[in-house]
Design a protein around this ligand. Sequence first.
Ligand code: VGL
Ligand code: ZN
Length: 206
Amino acid sequence: MQIRRDDLLLIIDVQNDFCPGGALAVTDGDAVVPVVNRLAERFDHVVLTQDWHPSGHSSFATSHPGAAPFSSIAMPYGPQTLWPDHCIQGTSGASFHPQLVTDRAELVIRKGFRGAIDSYSAFFENDRTTPTGLAGYLRERGLTRIVMAGLATDYCVQYSALDARRLGFDTTIVLAGCRAIDLAGSLAAATAAMAEAGVALVDDLP
Ligand code: VGL
Ligand code: ZN
């Protein structure tokens, strides 16, 4: 694709807890930082998301006695994977990776800040109906094409991309700028679901 002036780069959750040494480290997660920085220089619109949980969040295994991290439970809004405690508001784990260049970001969407519900997607919480406000922002600004990269391919990037398509945005994922958690085949499932939904999956931008 050819980058246009009204294209948006949406950078998902490039935070310390998703990088090596973090509480929910994604293998090679920090490798996305130079790729994303290079992409950001080429876009006129950059938006970041930040996973931002209160301590004791309902997506944490520690909030469910006897439950193991990476197991799944039934929540009122559907199945929910339980995670190690991560991205707790105000902690260094929740901070952006120190080498991520955030200066040109025009908006930071924080998500997962309600105790009773998780939010993988930049657009909707995990009930798939409670909006974060990002779609309204993009519509009001007249931005219709989204390029995404970040962490993790099979969770927050995938959910954001599927919601973007559902909302009618033209959506491209730059795989060189993404890394996956890959629980039980979740990366292959995510890749198939995104392709099926009309998300363009590209290795890098020319
Ligand atoms: C994420 C699991 C829990 C992500 C966030 O950014 O992909 N995954 N919270
Ligand atoms: Zn989270």
